[in-house]
Design a protein around this ligand. Structure first.
Ligand code: PLP
Ligand code: COI
Length: 343
């Protein structure tokens, strides 16, 4: 289609938040009789399915999140889509659904981003095109069993900061009365049910004035797991170590994986290990990291009557990590690890 690749002029790019915005199209594939259909670009924002679809009754629903950026040199690049494809396939394997060939996943991203290219925010606006792959069991079942039909969709929409203060600190609350996932459960997979489980704890934290809940390990409630929307990272007091949780019940974050590499690139020592709650007193900087939140500084962590205090702004080391990661994403810093996928 011959459409301008320039950003549209009917969107106020500077005031974008993180919300659903209908765009031109999403792309859709169906798996039936053992094979995936060709991708179709759909202009409507609704989907019709069986009232007995397994995604509605039995949780056969998975999603991913990644972003496309308008780079300094005008290219439009997606950050590490191969990693999201691998993670989605680990999730759908666990849900007993058919996997998605990587070529199909990447082709779907290229096609849907190109069809909505004018929705990619301008370079320098701070915004990006959020890409949301969605995988649902759409075949009918009333006994608990996997579906015989699946739909794979990719939605896109322009977004800005997830927490409206951007690089200002956000206070977090350790949730003691709920777990996000079970010790041998689905925490490491990106299933929709994990987010259902996080709604009530997130609401309770919010009502107490904390926009971001932090979960402990579900087995002992002794170690830091992750935030409701993102992984946990901390910088040691002497500024030399990047410390992040190692746990079987957290989502393996693509952002965290990339930041661990960036941390090594700038000379930090990376420690991926169990982190006891008491260690929160030893860190100089704490951040949430993920696609939606990027790096969001945590200004304090409240745990019962104890408050661990950090800076209100992004810390020095965190800012270095932030600048380098977002610099690579926007084509300002050399992509030495080959993370960008040009569409
Ligand atoms: N943890 C949870 C619970 C998440 O929802 C996300 C977001 O996808 C992350 C961590 C960060 O993962 P990623 O960096 O791959 O977006
Ligand atoms: C993401 O960072 O892409 C997420 O999926 C987190 C949240 C918006 C659910």
């Amino acid at each position: 289609m011959n459409r301008s690749s320039e950003p549209r002029n009917d969107i106020d790019w500077a005031s974008l938040g993180f919300q659903f915005t209908p765009v031109r199209s999403h792309i859709r594939y169906t798996w039936k009789n053992g094979e995936w259909s060709k991708g179709t670009l759909c202009n409507e924002h609704t989907i019709t399915m069986s009232v007995a679809a397994t995604c509605l009754h039995y949780g056969q629903a998975a999603f991913e999140g990644l972003k496309a950026f308008r780079c300094k040199d005008g290219r439009i690049c997606v950050f590490r889509p191969d990693e999201n494809c691998k993670r989605m396939n680990r999730t759908v394997h666990q849900l007993l659904g058919p996997e998605i060939p990587e070529e199909m996943f990447l082709d779907a991203i290229r096609t849907v981003v190109r069809d909505n290219i004018d929705y990619v925010p301008p370079y320098g606006s701070g915004g990006s095109l959020y890409i949301r792959p969605l995988y649902i069991g759409t075949g009918s079942q009333i006994g608990v069993a996997p579906a015989d039909q699946y739909d794979f969709l990719i939605l896109v929409m322009p977004v800005g900061a997830y927490y409206k203060d951007g690089l200002h600190g956000v206070p977090a609350l350790i949730i003691e009365e709920y777990d996000r996932a079970a010790p041998l459960g689905m925490g490491q997979f990106k299933v929709a049910g994990n987010y259902g489980a996080s709604l009530m704890p997130a609401k309770k934290a919010k009502l107490r004035g904390f926009p971001i809940p932090l979960f402990l390990d579900p087995k002992e409630h002794k170690y830091i797991d992750e935030f409701g929307t993102s992984n946990f990272l901390a910088i040691s007091r002497d500024g030399t170590k990047y410390i992040t949780s190692d746990s079987a019940s957290i989502l393996p974050s693509v952002t965290n994986k990339s930041l661990m590499q960036v941390a090594e690139d700038i000379g930090l020592t990376v420690e991926k290990r169990a982190i006891e709650v008491g260690e929160l007193a030893d860190f100089s900087e704490v951040d949430a990291c993920g696609t939606a939140v990027v790096i969001t500084p945590i200004s304090s962590i409240t745990y019962g009557d104890t408050v661990f205090q950090y800076a209100n702004e992004c810390g020095k080391v965190s800012k270095k990590l932030y600048d380098r990661l977002t610099g690579i994403q926007k084509g300002e810093v050399e992509d030495t690890h080959n993370w960008l996928f040009e569409v």
